[in-house]
Write a protein that binds this ligand. Structure first.
Ligand code: C5P
Length: 276
């Protein structure tokens, strides 16, 4: 028997930094959605634990015990399994690749032997693991452990652009000027993608300015997205460097992706549906 779990890209449509805990972790108020592009983790019962990888971004990862897939497997415990990671999302890029892989590993191992998911232990693997484990759009607060459902999301499509740089999350948090930002404005039931984009326009990603200071290429990615004809809003996700733009329909996102890919064949550019 082989079990399979999808680890969709996580996108922070907005991310406000509202404070800092005594242990240095930052308090966030964020709108998190998922896209229908991502990594896949498979697992089958085996005599001992192992991890193999393929996919366009496998080369940047090692299969040592530090790999988040194996760290998640240690949290899950139980009978050993042969794990395989199809790595399609760029590394250290603000769209939850590592956290998503860890969450998918917990799910796939749970499916294999019917064990409950260690929801409480998930946060220790990474601040974004709980939201990735829940796998549903959410308002994320605390350092990532406090999740609330969102109003129903409108249909929308995304173009994701990574300008080919890995940005270390701790460096971006360290470079923040202020850690006392306002929380998100009141959430509402968004009528359509335009209404969602208008509301997002009143929000921020507080990590964008410090990330731009570390990796100015993020500015080029944002400019490229904003130059696409039907872009409603463009912003960085998480601690970067991946940026997204929101479009009412998938064909508009596809056209944007094709145009950016033509100009910047060296960048990672994909169109995706926003999962609801
Ligand atoms: O927990 P995770 O591995 O995703 O976070 C990486 C680093 O980012 C943390 O060690 C911390 O420096 C920073 N971080 C933070 N506040 C958060 C999430 C992450 O300061 N809410």
């Amino acid at each position: 028997m082989t079990a399979r779990a999808f680890a969709p890209a996580k996108i922070n449509l907005a991310l406000h930094v509202t404070g800092r805990r005594a242990d240095g972790y930052h308090l966030l108020d964020s709108i998190v959605v998922f896209a229908d592009v991502g990594d896949t983790v498979t697992a089958s019962p085996a005599a001992e634990w192992s991890l193999t990888m393929d996919g366009p971004f496998a080369a940047g990862l090692d299969t040592s015990g530090d790999n988040l897939v194996l760290r998640a497997a240690r949290v899950m415990g139980g009978a050993p399994a042969a794990l395989h990671l199809d790595k399609r999302l760029p590394l250290a890029s603000g769209i939850g690749g590592g956290s998503g892989d860890a969450a998918a590993t917990l799910r796939v191992l749970g499916a294999l032997d019917g064990r409950a998911l260690p929801n409480d232990a998930a946060a220790a693997l990474g601040a974004d693991v709980p939201v990735c484990l829940a796998g549903r759009p959410a308002r994320m607060r605390g350092i990532g452990e406090r999740l609330d459902p969102l109003p129903e999301l409108p249909q929308a499509a995304l173009c994701l652009v990574n300008p080919g740089i890995a940005v270390p999350t701790p460096a971006v948090f360290s470079a923040l000027d202020r850690r006392d930002g306002t929380p998100l404005p009141d959430l509402r039931a968004w009528r359509d993608a335009d209404d969602l984009a208008a509301w997002l326009g009143t929000c921020r990603n507080d990590l964008e300015p410090p990330a731009l200071g570390i990796a100015p290429q993020i500015g080029a990615a944002l400019a490229a997205l904003r130059a696409t004809p039907r872009c409603r809003i463009a912003r960085m996700s998480g601690s970067g460097a991946t940026c997204f733009a929101l479009y009412p329909t998938r064909p508009e996102a596809e056209q944007a992706a094709a145009a950016i890919r033509r100009d910047r064949p060296d960048w990672w550019v994909v169109a995706a549906n926003m999962l609801r």
